[in-house]
Design a binder for this molecule. Sequence first.
Ligand code: OKP
Ligand code: ZN
Length: 343
Amino acid sequence: MLTFHDHRTQNRRSTSELAGGELIAPLECPERVDMIADRIREVGLGDIRGATMHGLEPIAAVHDPAYIDFIENAWADWRAAGYTGEAIATVWPTRRTRSDFVPQNIDGKLGYYALAAETAIEAGTWEAARASVDIALTALDHVQTTGEAAFGLCRPPGHHAAFDQYGGYCFFNNAAIAAQAAREAGASRVAILDVDYHHGNGTQQIFYDRDDVLFVSLHCDPVHEFPHYLGRPDERGAGAGEGYNRNHALPPGTDYTTWVAELEAAMSGIDDYDPDLVIVSLGVDTFEGDPIGSFKLVSDDFTDYGRRLAGMKRPTLFLMEGGYAVAEIGINAVNVLAGFDRG
Ligand code: OKP
Ligand code: ZN
C-alpha cells in the first residue's frame, strides 16, 4: 500500500497541552509520524509519496469560512494581544450565555471556536493542519485513480474538528473533507468507519443530516471518556440523515473479542449501505499501552482487524487519527495496513 505524507505537518510543534491542571508536553507530537514512517520502511509496506496542494476550496466545502480564517490568523492575533505563551482557550459561550455572534477579542474568539482547552494553537498550526488535509486529498486521488487502497499519514488528526470548532488535537476534519471531495468527484455514497478510541464528534456533526455519507464509529462511551458530550448510540442522524449515523459505544477496558464483534456488526451495516468508498479514521489509541486509552487491543489484533477490513472489498482510504503510545504507534498502525494488504 502506498503512503502519502508531507513534512509541513512537522511544523506543528506545540509545547503545551493543558492536562490534569498542568501544561504537559503534547501527546500529539511530531515523533508520532516519524515512528510510523520508520515502520513503513522497515516492513516494506510500500513507497511514501509527497502530497500535492489542493487549496482551501475542499476545506471550505466542510468548514465555516470564518472558522478557516480564524485558524489562519489566531496565532498572529494572539501575539498581537501581547501574550507570550501558546494560544489556549479559557472562556466559552455556555448554556447560559449567547453564541450568536463572534467576539472580536482573541480570548473570546478562541472560546467561540474551541470545543476543548487541551489543544494549543502555535506558530506552525495553520501550515500543519493544511498539510494534513493535502495528505488526505492526495491519498484520496490515488484511491480514485487506481482503485487501490492508500494511507494518508495525516497529522494533526481531524475527527474531533466540527463545522466551526477545533479541539482534541484536531483543526480540520481530514476524513470529512476527503468524503465530501469524493462525493463531488462522483462517488454516490461514502462510508466513514472511525476506529479511533475516541468518538469522532466532528465527523458525526458534519454529516448528521445527510444520507450520502454514512458515519460509523467504534469508541469508548462518552459517558466515561472524551469528547464527553457526543457519541451515544441514540444519536442516529436527523432528517434525511436519520439512520445514517451509528455509534458503537463500548465500555472502558473493552478487550479485542468484544471490540471485533462490534467491528463485524459495523462492517455489516456498511456492506448494506453499499458505499463506493470507505474512509477509515485510523486511530490506534485502542492499544492496551496507550497512555490515554483504556481498551485492551494488543499489536497482533491490529493485523487481524486490518485483514477483516479488506474483507469488505471496497475502495479504501486510511487516514491517520490518534494513537499516543509513541514507541508502538508504528507497529500498530502499520499492522492494520499490512493486514489489509494480506487480507
Ligand atoms: C484525540 B484523538 C485524557 C484527556 C484527553 C484529549 C483527547 C484527544 C484525543 N485524560 N483529552 O481522538 O485521538
Ligand atoms: Zn483518539
